[in-house]
Structures are given as structure tokens and as C-alpha cells.
Design a protein around this ligand. Structure first.
Ligand code: NAI
Ligand code: CS2
Length: 463
């Protein structure tokens, strides 16, 4: 570590705690902090570049955090596309914390520490309903309140609609169970801005670690490969000073909903469409789907005719241009983003990605054929065989309930049963005969024709 780097590191304070130090946090959230601190140091000036981050995971990943300690809390981000690679050395991490290694008190102490002012979360869509996060935050905040330290800003960076509102609700529900006075304190003293986050970061595989090692000339256990595109739009609702993330390209806004809806429906809705139908058709990666003319045409149709018309107005947005930029990003053949990875946790993803827009299209009397195919494809996916009779891996927090549904239901009637899963399908849709009929017809079409032919059939019917 050079002298200058040492001085830089010394200046960093534990002002930021990140929970859920997975692939995305490494390539997006923490990398953005690092770029903004680097820019602030360059700019000089009175404001110290002192936002240091402590990173944590709550369940798995002790070995990964230990490896980070071994590399001086430093790791590399490789932004890759067909035109080459750009490397970033991330140096703004000043500590790690894992309850299994350090004891849960260590995390509570961090949350209670006076230096801390921001907690960010990437705990997956399911982490707000089940898992240790809300309980851990409550205990830490209870200790913080008892120590007489002020509130905090808690910023969700997960792909959920109004993720700040949802985090606040989940935390208050937990706090009320623990101590109503704590719930009142959290409600009045803490802030929960919502944010739209966007950068495609596939999980690292043996092959991508090898690729990264070739780029770096050495292995990096926490190194991460991602696309060059980066976007982070944050509701300007922080308690006290906020980190200068605008230096890393972050946009601060008052009205976050149009940004979230655009990204969740146009990008993530398309990802789920491609992941389910593409994998059933035998495509193992998103770029392989894009190289298939039927999927290429279908996903553009979904974006322009089924997602874009449902969006709240976003001044200055060019939705056809945004759709073309998504097509280009999905076609990045360097990423090898696996369709099976995106198909994980579909029960937690369908509402904000496809069901909200379907409900709006039904209300408006607009067609939604591609969306119907995506919902139906989930039924096929749960049966567990693709069009070549290859097995499909199921990873979902509702896996047990879904697996018993599949086991105890005749395949022909599976879609009907699946639409009764209340945790996924809101009554307004589940009780709508048009919705049920359209999804069941799509299910039958995929079962008889196969995914690709079913899409082609619908595309020709819709043009
Ligand atoms: P990952 O699997 O690499 O990391 C997930 C992190 O969440 C891990 O630290 C894991 O321990 C933790 N976690 C999982 N289930 C949890 C639970 N129930 N409670 C608490 N913690 C839990 O996944 P990755 O790629 O980092 O994605 C995480 C989330 O980031 C996504 O679910 C999504 O909401 C968001 N995101 C991911 C993008 C990507 O391209 N990977 C892009 C945009 C957002
Ligand atoms: C993907 C997202 O795995 C998934 O569900 O759709 O992680 C996607 O890559 C990001 O939201 C892109 O910003």
C-alpha cells in the first residue's frame, strides 16, 4: 500500500454500513461510493473525502469477507462489453462484519455507533419479507436509541417498487413486535429514501473468475465483472449530510416512482420474459436469446407495446430510445448472464416486473400477449423440464409450496392452481376471468408448441 493510499484510507470514517455484500453491491453501490470519494479527493476543497464503508453479510459469505481482509479491503471491478474492458480498483472499504465470525453484537454496535449515518441494503427481493435483516436492524437501532445517538438514513438498493416505503414498513412491523417506543422513534428519526438501481452484474462463475484473472494478472476473490452501464437514481430524502454520490453520476430526484417503474417494467420485466421463455426454449444466456430473431422481436414488442404504455410520465424520457439501449445491453456477449440465474425468486419478481403493467393494460383495454406468455412460462418452469426435456433448476423462497402444488395438480390444470397463489397474484387479477383465460391459453400454447413457436405464433397474431 503506497503512502498516499495509506493517507487516503486513514481519512475514511465508518459513516456507511452496507448489508448484503454480494455481486451487485461490489459492482454498483460500493463502487459508486469509491468513484465519488476519488473525485472528491481530486477536487480537493474543504469537504473531506471521508465516507468509508463497512461491508457485511448476514448469513453466507464469511470466507469472502475474510478474503477481502487479506487484500487490504481492496477489490477490482471489470466493466466489460464487446469493445473491451475497463478496470476500477475499489479502496473505500474500511472494515467487514459478519455475525457468524464476529458475533451479532458487533453488527449491533456498528449500527449504534455515532459515526454511522447511512445503511444501504442489497438483500434481494425476498430479504424484506424473510431473513435476519429487519430483526438485526431493529436490535441495532434499539441500542442506538438507548445510546442517545440520532436517527439514520436506510437506503434500499433492491429491485422493488417504492423500495424505501417497503423497507420502512417492514422495519416498523418488526419494531412494533419488539418495542412500540422504538417503532415511534424509527418512524420519526430515520429516513427511507427509495432508489432505482441499474447495472447488469451476473453472478461470478469459474469462467468469469478466470477471465478476471487474465485481465488482472492475478486472482481476486472479491473481484467482479459487470457491464459498463451504470445508473442510480435516489430520492433526495436523506437525514443530514448525504455522500457526494453525484460525483459518481448518481441522480438525486424528488419523484422516484417514474424512474423505478420504467426500469422495473422495461428492463426487469423483459429479463424475466427472456429468462423463463428463453431457458425453456434452451437458451442458457440473455445474449443467446437476443441472437434469436423471435426473442429479439418479442422482447422489443413487450417493452414498447406492453411496458412503456403503462408508465407514469417521466419528463424528457425517450422510451423507444431506452428500449433500444436495453436491447444493446442485453446483447452484450461478454457477460454470459444466465437465464437460470434471473429465473431465481420469480415469485418475488413477478408483481413489480409484469403483474402491475398487466393490470394497467387490462384496465386500459390494451393487449398484453407477451406478458401472458411470461406468466404462463413460469408454470412450465415449475414443472421442471425445458422443451428439450432438460431439467430446470427451481430456486425460490416459495419453492416448497410451489413444488407441492406441482406434485398434487394435474399438469393441464397447473396454471389454474398457480394463479390462486395469493402471495404472488393479487385478487384483482386472480379473480379476473380475462386474465385467467389469457394466461391459461398461453400455458396450453407453450405446452403444445414449445416456447419459441408459441411466441412466434403470438407475434404474428399481434402485428
Ligand atoms: P448475490 O447473491 O450476489 O448477493 C445477495 C446478497 O443478499 C448476499 O449478501 C446474500 O447473503 C444476501 N441475502 C440473500 N437472501 C437474503 C435474505 N433473505 N436476507 C438477508 N440477506 C440476504 O446477488 P446480487 O447479484 O448482489 O443481487 C442482490 C440484489 O441486488 C438483487 O436481488 C436485486 O434486488 C439487486 N440488483 C442486482 C442486480 C444485478 O444485476 N445483480 C442489478 C440491480 C439490482
Ligand atoms: C435481473 C436483475 O437477476 C435479475 O433478476 O433481472 O438483477 C438485473 O440484472 C438488474 O436489475 C439490472 O439492473
Amino acid at each position: 500500500m503506497t503512502g498516499a493510499h495509506h493517507a487516503t484510507k486513514q481519512a475514511l470514517q465508518p459513516r456507511w454500513l452496507h448489508i448484503g455484500f454480494g455481486a451487485f453491491a461490489r459492482a454498483h453501490t460500493v463502487a459508486a461510493l469509491d468513484r465519488s470519494m476519488a473525485k472528491q479527493r481530486l477536487a480537493g476543497g474543504a469537504t473531506p473525502a471521508d465516507w468509508g464503508v463497512v461491508v457485511s453479510r448476514l448469513r453466507s459469505g464469511v470466507a469472502q469477507l475474510n478474503a477481502l481482509v487479506q487484500t487490504g479491503h481492496q477489490y477490482y471491478v471489470a466493466e466489460i462489453d464487446d469493445s473491451g474492458a475497463t478496470l476500477q480498483t475499489v479502496q473505500s472499504i474500511i472494515g467487514t462484519c459478519h455475525p457468524i465470525r464476529d458475533g451479532i453484537d458487533a453488527l449491533h454496535d456498528l449500527i449504534a455507533s455515532p459515526a454511522l449515518s447511512l445503511i444501504t441494503l442489497t438483500i434481494t427481493e425476498k430479504g424484506y419479507r424473510n431473513g435476519p435483516t429487519m430483526g438485526t436492524l431493529c436490535q441495532g437501532l434499539l441500542q442506538r436509541r438507548q445510546a442517545g445517538n440520532g436517527g439514520l438514513t436506510i437506503l434500499s438498493c433492491d429491485n422493488l417498487s417504492e423500495n424505501g416505503v417497503l423497507t420502512r414498513q417492514a422495519l416498523l412491523a418488526e419494531a412494533i413486535r419488539l418495542d412500540t417506543a422504538l417503532a415511534d422513534w424509527i418512524a420519526s428519526e430515520c429516513r427511507f429514501p427509495s432508489s432505482m438501481v441499474d447495472r447488469i452484474v451476473p453472478e461470478m462463475t469459474e469462467a468469469s473468475h478466470t477471465k478476471l484473472e487474465e485481465l488482472l494478472g492475478k486472482p481476486d476473490p472479491n473481484g467482479i465483472i459487470c457491464e459498463p452501464f451504470f445508473q442510480w437514481v435516489i430520492e433526495d430524502n436523506f437525514l443530514g449530510e448525504r455522500p457526494p454520490l453525484e460525483l459518481a453520476g448518481v441522480q438525486w430526484v424528488d419523484d422516484i416512482l417514474p424512474w423505478e417503474s420504467m426500469k422495473l417494467r422495461m428492463l426487469n420485466g423483459s429479463h424475466t420474459f427472456l429468462a423463463l421463455l428463453g431457458r425453456i426454449a434452451g437458451h442458457r444466456t440473455i445474449d443467446a436469446c437476443m441472437a434469436d430473431a423471435v426473442f429479439h422481436e418479442a422482447v422489443l414488442h413487450l417493452m414498447l407495446h406492453e411496458s412503456a404504455p403503462t408508465l407514469p410520465t417521466l419528463p424528457g424520457a425517450n422510451l423507444p430510445g431506452y428500449a433500444q439501449s436495453l436491447i444493446k445491453r442485453f446483447s452484450n456477449s461478454e457477460l454470459k448472464h444466465r437465464t437460470e440465474q434471473i429465473a431465481k425468486d420469480t415469485s418475488q419478481k413477478l408483481p413489480q416486473r409484469l403483474l402491475e403493467s398487466i393490470a394497467i393494460n387490462i384496465e386500459a383495454g390494451r393487449p398484453w400477449a407477451m406478458s401472458a406468455l411470461a406468466i404462463a412460462a413460469w408454470g412450465i418452469y415449475l414443472v421442471g423440464l425445458d422443451d428439450q426435456q432438460e431439467p430446470l433448476a427451481l430456486s425460490d423462497p416459495l419453492a416448497d409450496e410451489l413444488a407441492s402444488l406441482v406434485t398434487n395438480t394435474d399438469k393441464a390444470d397447473l396454471m389454474d392452481a398457480l394463479l390462486n397463489v395469493k402471495a404472488v397474484f393479487p385478487p384483482a387479477l386472480a379473480n379476473n376471468p380475462d386474465f385467467r383465460d389469457a394466461v391459461k391459453a398461453s400455458y396450453t400454447s407453450i405446452r403444445t408448441l414449445g416456447a419459441r413457436a408459441a411466441i412466434a405464433d403470438r407475434l404474428h397474431a399481434s402485428v
